[in-house]
Ligand binder design. Sequence first.
Ligand code: SF4
Length: 690
Amino acid sequence: MTIRSTCPYCGVGCGVLLQDDGAGGLNVSGDPDHPANRGRLCSKASALGQTVGHAGRLLAPRVNGVDTDWDSALDRVADTFARTIARHGPDSVAFYASGQMLTEDYYVANKFMKGFVGTANIDTNSRLCMASTVAGHKRAFGTDTVPGTYEDLDQADLVVLVGSNLAWCHPILYQRVLAARAARGTKVVVIDPRRTATCDGADLHLPLRIGSDVALFNGLLAAIYEGNAVDTAYVARTDGFDDALTTARCSEIEPTGLDVETVHEFFRLWIGTERVVTVFSQGVNQSSSGTDKVNAILNCHIATGRIGKPGMGPFSVTGQPNAMGGREVGGLANTLACHLDLENPAHRSAVRKFWDAPRIPDAPGLKAIDMFKAVAAGRIKALWIMHTNPAVTLPDADAVRAAIAACDFTVVSDITAATDTARLADVLLPASAWAEKSGTVTNSDRTISRQRAALPAPGAARPDWWHVTQVARRMGFARAFDYDSPAEIFREHAALSGVAGALGRDFDISGLSDLSDGEYAALSPTRWPVAAKGGGRFFADGRSFHDTGRMRMIAVSWRASAAKHARRFPFRLNTGRVRDHWHTMTRTGTSPRLSAHIAEPFVEIHPTDADALGIGPDTLAELSSPTGTAILRATITDAVQPGTVFAPIHWTGETAPTGRIDALVADVTDPHSGQPDSKASFCAVRPFAA
Ligand code: SF4
């Protein structure tokens, strides 16, 4: 039997076919009928069959290090949360979720915290991924709406990749871009401080200085105006054009460090090509000016009216498989369900009524960085972490690890007890893994796909929605959490989106709210807006979701990274992914083939700097910042600029080489989105002496 499901890695959301391999595992191939990948798979997904074994799995609930039964563990969680809330109030507890969770899991977690516990202290590792895009979209469009679709990449004549190593991080989308290049001569421009694998397929690479994107796109906006390329009819339906343009025209290109001819070549190409898609990801989002970067890009597309039409538009590609589903259910501390606004009384009232909830907080909760600072300060006394490893992945990771260790009560739901975070838990709840659970995910172009179980969960492992539901019932919320299946949860979520649609929001999938169990089981990939005219794109007509109905351009100015420079730490530290690993490698690390691609953590150092520091190729280098240290294998390359180093995010471990790179990253954030700046910390580099 063949089961259709979805790849659990990046936000491209490729379809996979799962077949029993006859030995308790799976053969995995690409789904030719899935619109995201049309049968193709990248190296990570091709090795999925090697990652579904039970080695290292958490097979039973565990309390204080001792295996126990579900009732004992769930009672302990519910009692402790209830007691903490009764003594210290609802804001003394918090939930840290993950873009790895399925939409149904995310929905019940958000409903539990915001509707029934009564706190907005639920945030997610998606805060590290695309919170700046959410904030930028909302400023421009009034909602967090991705305007375009993947087909735009096939139909564009110019694709601009900003802060995106698409070849490694979203390989199937990169293949689509290369296919368009072969078929129609699509030009590709890469804007990235590093020369990455993505540059191999590019016509032009702009190696701008880290964090200077606003200066570049302000320059483009000014050039659009000076080149008479403004779409005056579109701009007539837009607010903020004059302010944004005036600010852009006062802006300098100098912060980018690029030579003028290269910049002008890019401007000519962009202005002279109507069908242009500007793709952006973590190099834009993970910045203390991430939201302004997003709006600087959106401004150029709005000014030219190149948005929401075939082959043109700004396009945020998400890092995680269900970052978009998390955004849809309101899984961020400053959002409400179904793209409704937490701070809007009418929206709160509508959701409270729909959920029949006792309370909904009227102010945002703690975003990820602030949440763990509150844990460190003892203000958060009970914390539930689901499918993520913040003791490794958050900035200032050593401090985060210490905060979790000192927290009065920490619950971790995960598939393994072997992560840095799971080791610190008071209660561990065994979760079903990717191939064992059912639900939906939404990819970067708003396509909702089914994930389907193909293997039985081992031991006592259970799906995440069940973990939350069982605790909620024990805390007295049985009626609101009376679910027996993900299908029931999906129907409720879809019905709530109808309420959002009636309030004028973009996210309305209420047409799916009456799916039978069988129809839900058979649901094929569905992009919202469901049954849309015009190819499922937004904003071609210039109408936004602001109360005015008008688009909005935002005046933005370049500013230096908020990370503090000190003479002892002269190097700019850039971080990112490698091709064959995912997050902290709990899954990809079990595949021999994937582990063979790059076997250990490394740091890229420019040859000039390596010479000056006395660091040779393949020797060990010690990186240090005010917050931490890592020891990494040196790769000497001019792919990075002098004065900068690059290190991957995936590795952990306590012995050299040890790549806990986020221990070195400063916990500075974007003021609008709260997203950490993971690309611009300062560090010292020296040869490692054991
Ligand atoms: Fe999976 Fe992303 Fe690769 Fe597609 S591109 S197969 S979603 S990792």
